[in-house]
Design a protein around this ligand. Structure first.
Ligand code: SAH
Length: 346
């Protein structure tokens, strides 16, 4: 039997084409698309389709949601971390978070990651593979089913480098933004990158309204390179220049994620360099005291030190906040997500 297509991988237009190849009118495409994003997990739930059509669909297509292997609930807040199994057995993690403004999900873009950042757990086993558009969306749909709650904000900050899987990322964003999809506003979406410059340029044309976050972590090329191999190909000076162009082109504020590594990125000299390089840019600095990842041997600054640093940057005219720490007790915080297999270890 030929392989069935996962309908969640299709854009609305592609869905309409598939349906018309099956001899169906094009409005059926829209109907099915909207069922998918309402959370239908089988064709039988699509009650306004005839039984013969549902059977025909079943032969040609499927709705593939990731399987929930484990849910960990934080004892401190309402954060939940999901370990999800993809159809080929690869596993990924996604995190559900509650904020005053609504529910948010942090989703993965790849199984594993090949960027090699020294402080991050997601890259330890290397890259397994890219996620398909349907696997991006499947994380949200499955978690909405499990929690019974709708999500209003999405951040692509789980495992993987979203700009290393660019085409699928764009297809996914297009789908969930559709009125018939999840109808999520582009401004409620945030994509974070470690700094793949050509893709940042492309993104500013393709997705002007989506929030962009840059994992900066140091304004000093030497220090950045010692933590982030990507800095060799795309040095921080060039990255910041591109960010400046981004803010001019889009008129939108950029978020810089800055991990506070004790004795490395939290020193006076490093912070003064940061301030001088960001001065005058339409930006915001999100300070993240490095979360512990056993393998890395690096440690984070205290929250008191982080608050001092935020005050210092503010004093220099650079808006800065310390990121709230959600789900740290279940290893769901930034940089702690990893392939499920290894997170099984105590
Ligand atoms: N690959 C993308 C998406 C991942 S986002 C990117 O690099 O932006 C996850 C964020 O958590 C990134 O800013 C990443 O640098 C940061 N991070 C990774 N490990 C961390 C750790 N141990 N402590 C705090 N932040 C970490």
């Amino acid at each position: 039997m030929e392989e069935r297509i996962n309908l969640l991988d299709l854009t609305l237009k592609q869905m309409q084409e598939v349906l018309s190849e099956m001899g169906e009118p094009s409005f059926r495409g829209k109907q099915i698309f909207s069922w998918l994003y309402k959370g239908a997990a089988s064709f039988d739930e699509m009650t306004n389709l005839s039984k013969p059509l549902r059977e025909k669909l079943n032969q040609k297509a499927c709705i593939e949601l990731p399987e929930i292997l484990r849910v960990q609930k934080s004892a401190k807040d309402e954060t939940r971390k999901y370990l999800l199994r993809l159809s080929d057995g690869n596993t990924i993690e996604s995190v559900f978070m509650k904020y005053k403004y609504g529910n948010s999900i942090c989703i993965s873009s790849q199984a594993g990651c090949r960027m090699g950042c020294r402080f991050c757990a997601s890259t330890i086993g290397g890259l397994k593979r890219n996620l398909t558009p349907g696997e991006f969306a499947g994380q949200i749909l499955q978690i909405q089913r499990d929690t019974g709650e709708l999500v209003s904000h999405i951040v692509v900050m789980g495992t993987g480098e979203p700009f290393d899987n660019y085409e699928n990322l764009i297809a996914f964003i297009t789908n969930i933004h559709q009125k018939e999809g999840l109808n999520i506003g582009l401004r409620n979406l945030t994509v974070s990158t470690c700094g793949l410059i050509p893709k940042i340029r492309k993104f500013m044309e393709d997705m002007k309204q989506v929030n962009l976050a840059i994992s900066l972590h140091s304004a000093d090329s030497g220090i950045r390179e010692s933590m982030m191999p990507v800095n060799r190909q795309y040095p921080v000076e060039e990255l910041l220049q591109t960010c400046r162009e981004y803010t001019k082109e889009t008129g939108r504020r950029i978020t810089f994620e800055y991990a506070l590594v004790r004795g490395k990125t939290d020193t006076k000299e490093q912070l003064s360099l940061l301030a001088s390089r960001l001065r005058g840019m339409l930006c915001h600095v999100n300070l993240i005291p490095l979360n512990e990842v056993k393998e890395t041997g690096l440690s984070g600054s205290s929250r008191t030190r982080a608050a001092e640093i935020a005050a210092y940057l503010e004093g220099q005219g650079i808006p800065a906040t310390v990121r709230r720490e959600l789900g740290a007790d279940i290893q769901a915080a930034c940089g702690q997500l990893r392939l499920g297999i290894s997170s099984e270890k105590p």
